[in-house]
Design a protein around this ligand. Structure first.
Ligand SMILES: Cc1ncc(COP(=O)(O)O)c(C=O)c1O
Length: 387
């Protein structure tokens, strides 16, 4: 494994996480139980929603959300192509058709309402928004459009725990919110996820979907609350376990601190770029709301070859990535999703020029300076070659 001088992301686990895991092991109860209940209550309170269900990962959170929304064969769901593949796969798992909308602009990589409006058809059942990099989508307008057109609104909030718009946290805006606690996320449990909702009927469906459609759980029976169970719908085993929930409880306590640190780092990057590398385009400079600062995306000048740039960064020991290859370009998805006649030109341009730079709470200002100085040097070499 390559040892990076500056990796793309890094976890911040302290003694509390170790102790919390140790406590679960000592308790002898490993499957969904007390810790999971506590994690759900804490997370639900933090997001300010009535119901929160901890699950195995963000992908199953999205699958459950689509099923609870009643999405099925014959339905269309509008979502961005500039997202992780799981957002679209959740729709495909239900036998429905993902329809890709473009994003707002080269300054704002969130889903465009104008594009959504053009794509709405009598078959549209739902919209899934994704708060790219932790930056809130334009929820007020999108929610209004969804309500006017009787569409379900699902938030893929994998990048956005703690982000808010008009003081409402992401994951509390739509009908259902989906979170991921994958290893590179703002708070992590290794693998893990959460589904949030304020709707009691959705909550009942989500609860059953998570655990085989059963009316009572092993934990309820252990506590003497139930003797037996019935299976009332086709469900799954999408549960989280106590070790992951214990990690989640501890990580959630630090999320605001983590996000504040991320914010300072992003502001440092922005200041350095604006003064030292004007050729680099920095998105989200005046974005509404409070970001969770999950990613540090930049757009390279069109004349620079991204792979050559990333190779130079790798040589300097700096890990970079790009978010995302648009889903319709994947071999599998090309065959099952038709994007003909849809204008995805902004998505295309971002997908060709975007690079994601290192960002994590423990990243030091000297390291940010090193990253920016290295980019300056690489630009000087690559742009001089073009003179
Ligand atoms: C935008 C987005 N949606 C969904 C997921 C899926 O989450 P998970 O990896 O926990 O299944 C991820 C994370 O990897 C993501 O970044």
């Amino acid at each position: 494994m390559k040892k990076w001088v500056v990796p793309l992301s890094d976890i911040d686990f302290r003694q509390e996480e170790t102790l919390a895991v140790q406590q679960v092991i000592n308790s002898g109860w490993l499957t969904m139980g007390e810790k999971t209940v506590e994690f759900e209550q804490d997370f639900g309170k933090f997001i300010d929603v009535k119901y929160a269900f901890a699950v195995a990962n963000g992908t199953v959170a999205l699958h459950m959300a689509c099923l609870a929304a009643g999405i099925g064969p014959g339905d269309e769901v509008i979502l961005p192509a500039l997202t992780f593949v799981a957002t679209a796969n959740a729709v495909l798992y239900c036998g429905a058709k993902p329809v890709f909308a473009d994003v707002v602009s080269l300054d704002d990589f969130t889903i465009s309402l104008e594009s959504i409006k053009k794509l709405k058809s009598p078959r549209t059942k739902a919209i899934i928004v994704m708060h790219y990099g932790g930056y809130p989508c334009h929820m007020e307008e999108i929610l209004l459009f969804a309500r006017e057109n009787k569409l379900i609104l699902i938030e893929d909030a994998a990048h956005a725990p703690g982000a808010s718009l008009y003081d409402i946290r992401m994951g509390a805006w739509g009908d259902i919110g989906c979170f991921s606690f994958f290893a590179n996320k703002n708070m992590t449990t290794g693998e893990g996820g959460m589904v949030t909702t304020n709707d009691g009927e959705m909550a009942e469906k989500l609860k059953k979907l998570r655990s085989h459609g059963m009316t009572s759980l092993t934990w309820d029976r252990h506590k003497g609350h139930a003797w037996s169970y019935d299976v009332v719908s086709l469900g799954f085993n999408y549960r989280i376990d106590e070790i992951h929930s214990a990690l989640g409880i501890e990580q959630l306590k630090k999320l605001v601190e983590f996000n504040d640190k991320r914010k300072n780092i992003v502001q440092d990057y922005q200041t350095r770029f604006l003064s030292g590398i004007p050729e680099m385009k920095i998105p989200f400079l005046n974005h509404p709301g409070q970001s969770a600062y999950h990613l540090m995306p930049v757009l390279l000048p069109p004349s620079i070859d991204r792979i050559v740039f990333m190779e130079h960064m790798k040589t300097a020991g700096i890990q970079t990535s790009f978010h995302y290859p648009p889903i319709y370009k994947f071999s599998y998805h090309k065959g099952v999703i038709n994007t003909k006649d849809i204008d995805l030109s902004i998505t295309e341009e971002i997908a060709n020029r975007e690079v994601t730079l290192p960002l994590y709470p423990k990243l030091k200002m000297e390291e940010v300076q090193f990253v920016v100085n290295t980019i300056r040097m690489i630009f000087d070499i690559l742009l001089k070659d073009q003179d």
